[in-house]
Structure formats: C-alpha cells, structure tokens
Design a protein around this ligand. Structure first.
Ligand code: SAM
Length: 225
C-alpha cells in the first residue's frame, strides 16, 4: 500500500482535550511537524509530550518553503501539517502544499477533527443540511461585491470575523440581508467564556454594540427564504 507522505492534523480550537488519539499518534510518529507558529504549537506539543522536530510553515513563507518540503517528502520523509488552531487549510495555510503533493504523486491524508465553523453552525439552530463557508470576507476591496453576491443565497452562510470588526460586520449584514434575518454569533468556542447568541441581525447589532466582546468569533447567517 502506498505510504502517506503528508498528514493534515487538526488541533484544538481552545480546549486542549479536543484532539484525537490518532492525531497524537501521528504527531508522535512523523519525521517533522510543519507548524504555522512554532511557539503556539509548542504549548500543545509540550502538553502531550510530543518532541518531534518542528519546521515553520505559515502564510508568509508558504510559497518559498514548498519546494524544499516537496523535495524532502519525495525523498521519503513523512510530515504532519498543523495550524495554530483547528483544521489546516480552513482559513489557514494548507491548500498550496496539498496541491503540490498531489501534483508530485505524494499521498496526503487529512484527519477529521476540530474546526470552528462546525460547532458554530450546529449551535446556530439554522439549517445545517446545506451551507456555504465564506471564511473571512475581504476587509476593504471586494467586501461589498462579496456581500452583493450573497444577496440571493438560500443556504446558511458562515463567516469568520475578528472581535473588533464584529459590530461593523453585523451592521453590513443587516443592511445587505435585512435586519429581520436570523443569525448567530458564537465566540470563544470550547473555552471558558464560550457564548452563542441567536437573534435577528438587528438585535445582534444592538446586543454587541452595548457589549463589546473579545476572543474568536464565527457569524452564521440564515439564507434567503
Ligand atoms: N483553521 C481554523 C479552523 O479550522 O476553524 C480557522 C483558523 S482562522 C485563522 C481563525 C478564525 O477561526 C478566528 O478568527 C475565528 O473566526 C475562528 N475561530 C477559531 N477558533 C475559534 C473559537 N474557539 N471560537 C470561535 N471562533 C473560532
């Protein structure tokens, strides 16, 4: 059977207990762990007594690092890619490396595991049978265009957003989709201050304007009726 060269290994999005037994076994067995931020990952790896060599692999060196990683994988090295949190390749580096591996006939496996949008979607109470994952919207150029493209979207929509842009984003969603559209804001999933607020966009703007929040955020918006 063909040997796997690259494993994509999801890591916890907050609660360190959210990692699978298989993920730990793979991380302990590979020649190198490619990490987005080696300092962040060291906390997790130390917690589980994983001491395999780390290499830095992030959005800023992704293109540059590709060739040397592919050369090493082609030479028989086995590596695991992890990101700071959640599943690599989901609003995180991973796509370019996977594509390059496939073009070089290197076998890739992605372990199932934590990713922020799944619990946010399920806790929203909005239909989860069909949804679109929009990730981070562009900050400036292209933001309005993307929002306009979503005007007729009937599926539940999922967005990642930073806390200091939350109210602005909710206001823009309210203007675009209508204030009475049902939505949900989940923050700090799996952490001590986890909170999910389900309401209309209009009420969510009011709620979060009165109560500025910190932490990591997923916004889920119902599709057009
Ligand atoms: N790879 C990650 C995943 O699988 O979800 C996403 C990485 S992306 C750079 C970071 C964004 O994910 C945050 O800005 C936030 O929108 C979302 N996120 C990550 N952890 C979260 C958490 N514990 N609670 C809510 N949102 C989270």
């Amino acid at each position: 059977m063909e040997k796997t060269s690259l494993f994509l290994v999801p890591t916890p999005i907050g609660n360190l207990g959210d990692i699978t037994i298989r993920a730990l076994e793979i991380l302990k067995s590979v020649d190198h762990i490619l990490a987005e931020d080696t300092r962040t990952s060291l906390k997790l790896l130390k917690h589980y007594d994983i001491r395999n060599p780390l290499k830095s692999f992030h959005a800023f060196n992704e293109h540059r690092a590709l060739k040397s990683i592919i050369d090493q994988l082609s030479g028989g090295s086995i590596m695991a890619l992890i990101s700071d949190a959640g599943t690599p390749g989901i609003s995180d580096p991973g796509f370019l490396l996977v594509r390059e591996c496939l073009q070089n006939n290197l076998k890739v496996e992605c372990l199932p595991g934590p990713t922020a949008f799944v619990p946010a979607l399920i806790k929203s109470g909005l239909p989860a049978d069909r949804f679109v994952f929009e990730g981070f919207l562009p900050h400036k150029k292209g933001r309005q265009t993307r929002l306009k493209e979503l005007l007729e979207e009937r599926k539940t929509m999922i967005f990642y957003e930073s806390p200091h842009r939350l109210v602005k984003a909710l206001e823009q969603f309210s203007e675009n989709f209508g204030g009475d559209r049902i939505a949900s804001v989940s923050r700090e999933l799996t952490k001590i201050y986890e909170e999910t607020v389900n309401d209309t966009l209009e009420n969510l703007v009011e709620y979060f304007s009165a109560k500025p929040v910190k932490g990591e955020i997923v916004i889920v918006v119902g599709g057009k009726n």
